[in-house]
Ligand binder design. Structure first.
Ligand code: NDP
Length: 227
């Protein structure tokens, strides 16, 4: 049975990605920084396990890696989904650097640290996938979208995706960035145009790519997005 890890999966898109990957027959490790595992996995059918993970906390990452080494072995898919975005409007001149720093820690360094730490346990030689959940806000084409703290952290995540795709190519691990669209979650708000099911599909597409699928790209609904 193939195994996936999903970060920030106690609610929102991450929780739905767990549901869809489990429905596709994978064993899924649902992770969250807070809350109890029992309520996070509640109602999800299939082989779903729970482990605590704060992507900004190095010791928390090490605990997850120790668990994977002892109990799981090889991980086929990593979905770097955890993210933050504060609604408070800021421009580059009014930016609160505590928020800029937090966005960087969660949205950019989180995926970087976790992928680096998990690499020894990721499936090599075909089948390995890393999905970085990004945003159109990180695209240079839509430079008005999102606060600077968020947009800069996601643009950096996009570059990280390309760099990682090079470094993981020898191991045949496909690394892609995905925008789920504007989705009705706590982050996206009630007015967003997409359901979590629709948004999660975009992410799951990149998690379940065939071995000859793309790497180092930025996608929404399986279609390339402008950087
Ligand atoms: P939500 O705010 O609903 O969920 C965000 C999740 O990230 C929560 O589970 C939250 O946990 C978790 N999280 C935050 N910080 C950390 C951390 N340090 N360690 C581990 N988990 C953490 O957002 P969405 O589900 O909408 O967003 C999921 C991803 O999709 C994000 O990367 C976001 O940027 C991206 N995205 C979303 C869009 C949208 O319209 N919704 C549009 C484009 C991209 P907790 O409950 O503890 O806070």
């Amino acid at each position: 049975m193939k195994t996936a890890i999903v970060t920030g999966a106690n609610r929102g898109l991450g929780n739905e990605v767990v549901r869809q990957l489990a429905a596709a027959g994978m064993r899924v490790i649902l992770t969250s920084r807070s809350g109890d595992g029992a309520s996070a996995v509640q109602g999800i059918q299939g082989a779903v396990l729970y482990h605590q993970l704060d992507v900004t906390d190095v010791s928390s990452i090490h605990e997850l890696i120790a668990y994977v080494a002892a109990e799981i072995g090889t991980v086929d898919v990593l979905v770097n989904n955890a993210g933050i975005h504060y609604d408070t409007y800021q421009n580059t001149l009014t930016a609160d650097f505590a928020i800029v720093e937090e966005a960087w820690q969660v949205n950019t360094l989180g995926p970087w640290r976790l992928t680096k730490a998990l690499y020894p346990h990721l499936r090599k030689g075909g089948g390995g996938r890393v999905v970085n959940v990004s945003s159109a806000s990180g695209s240079f084409v839509d430079s008005w979208a999102g606060t600077p703290a968020y947009a800069v952290s996601k643009a950096a995540l996009n570059m990280l995706t390309v760099k990682m795709s090079h470094d993981l190519a020898d191991a045949n691990i496909l690394v892609n960035a995905v925008c789920p669209g504007w989705v009705r979650t706590r982050m996206g708000g009630e007015d967003a145009t997409r359901s979590v099911e629709e948004g999660a599909k975009s992410i799951v597409w990149a998690a379940l790519l065939d071995n000859d699928g793309p790497t180092g790209g930025f996608y929404r609904d399986g279609e390339p997005m402008p950087w």
